[in-house]
Design a binder for this molecule. Structure first.
Ligand code: HEC
Length: 148
């Protein structure tokens, strides 16, 4: 009986803690965790090919554009804070929707090294898990589109 009560108490505290977490505005902790939303797209890319665009949209756009697809779990704290942080930082580094800091050579290097797309993103986004041939096509296409 007492063990059952203790267990129920622990579960209760966890449930309350989870609910309270949902009520804290992430922006109150740090602007890095604030919900990025999808601001207006202000830049039009002249892609070298439809394939490059399709690969970049599949593997890069969720964090480096204003056309982010937010999955349901991206709205649930504390996962939402981590997702928001990657998007805020990713957009600051380079942004396909504003034209800021788009350098093909830099992008290709990140893909070659396996640094991009961020490894943590891949298990839940199999479409971004590119084959070696797709990676090569994307790297060539990004350099053709944005230069070295
Ligand atoms: C899950 C989010 C996410 C995805 C998907 C993603 N990036 Fe990033 N990217 C980031 C974050 C966060 C940073 C800044 C921190 C860092 O460098 O690790 C970044 C940084 C970069 C930088 C700057 C790195 C530097 O140090 O100069 C480049 C270039 C880049 N990404 C290219 C890409 C390309 C190309 C793709 C697609 C193949 C891609 N990223 C996919 C989140 C992402």
């Amino acid at each position: 009986m007492t063990r059952k009560r203790i267990l129920l108490g622990i579960v209760g505290i966890l449930v309350i803690g989870f609910v309270v977490l949902q009520l804290i505005p992430a922006s109150a902790i740090s602007s890095r965790y604030a919900a990025p939303g999808n601001p207006e797209v202000t830049y039009t890319i002249q892609w070298d090919s439809a394939e490059t665009e399709q690969l970049a949209r599949a593997a890069c756009f969720d964090c480096h554009s204003h056309e982010t697809n937010y999955p349901w779990y991206a709205n649930i704290a504390p996962v939402s804070w981590l997702v928001n942080k990657d998007i805020n930082e990713g957009r600051r580094e380079m942004n396909f929707s504003t034209g800021d800091d788009l350098e093909g050579g830099d992008m290709a290097r990140q893909i070659q090294r396996g640094d991009m797309p961020l490894p943590i993103y891949l298990p839940l986004h199999p479409e971004a898990n590119l084959t070696e041939a797709q990676k090569q096509a994307l790297m060539d296409g990004l350099i053709a589109t944005f230069g070295r």
